[in-house]
Unconditional design. Structure first.
Length: 216
């Protein structure tokens, strides 16, 4: 079993990753700003204070872990853009400062820079609000940060066009830079199955040093 530390453990995606990892018997450390407000309990769950924007905090959290997961910055709205790229930079810097061994990094990304079946990028679609575009491009900037890293083991996982809480089926399909769409042209997945994909990647690494995406 792996030792997994997770930033963003209280979020919609992060909380599902915690649940999925615990379900499979992994040891999880939820990294939150205020541990007193984190109420989930499990024999294999630890809780610690940490700040993803502080490289020293990242380095401290990373010690003794096999994998560091960042689920920070998901969702829509202008408030998220302030942390998306800076958190990627802080994670890289902090992992480089890890004293013993830098764990593998898996970061939740965005769908905006994925290629659609028509050959355009998701963020080039008409009708997207300025707020959503800012979030998409911030995730694209964060991906650029990771793609310049050659001295750490990293993976960036972009969700499909739509990701919402729902049923855990345990099934999904993957691609690298192309949006995963079904036979009806829809690109979607539940947060529960996205978490399945993340923990599968933890258990059976397939995408070290690259971005991949998932969908039904």
């Amino acid at each position: 079993m792996s030792k997994i530390a997770l930033f963003g453990a209280t979020g919609t995606i992060g909380s599902r990753i915690v649940d999925e990892a615990l379900r499979r018997g992994h040891h999880v450390t939820a990294v939150v700003r205020d541990p007193s407000k984190y109420t989930k309990t499990d024999a294999r769950l630890a809780v610690t204070a940490g700040d993803v924007l502080d490289p020293e905090s990242v380095a401290s959290v990373a010690e003794g872990q096999d994998v560091l997961v960042s689920a920070v910055g998901g969702g829509d709205g202008p408030g998220h853009t302030a942390t998306i790229k800076p958190s990627a930079e802080s994670l890289v810097t902090g992992l480089r400062e890890a004293v013993d061994h830098a764990p593998r990094l898996i970061a939740v990304g965005g769908a905006g820079s994925l290629r659609t079946p028509a050959g355009s990028l998701v963020w080039d679609a008409e009708g997207l609000s300025e707020d959503i575009l800012q979030v998409m491009h911030a995730h694209g900037d964060a991906l650029d940060v990771y793609r310049r890293v050659q001295d750490l083991e990293w993976t960036n996982c972009s969700p499909p066009a739509s990701i919402q809480p729902g049923e855990r089926t345990g099934t999904y399909r993957t691609d690298l830079d192309d949006l995963v769409v079904d036979d009806e042209g829809n690109s979607h997945i539940t947060t529960e199955d996205y978490a399945v994909a993340i923990v599968d990647e933890i258990e059976r690494p397939q995408h070290i040093g690259e971005r991949f995406t998932v969908g039904y």
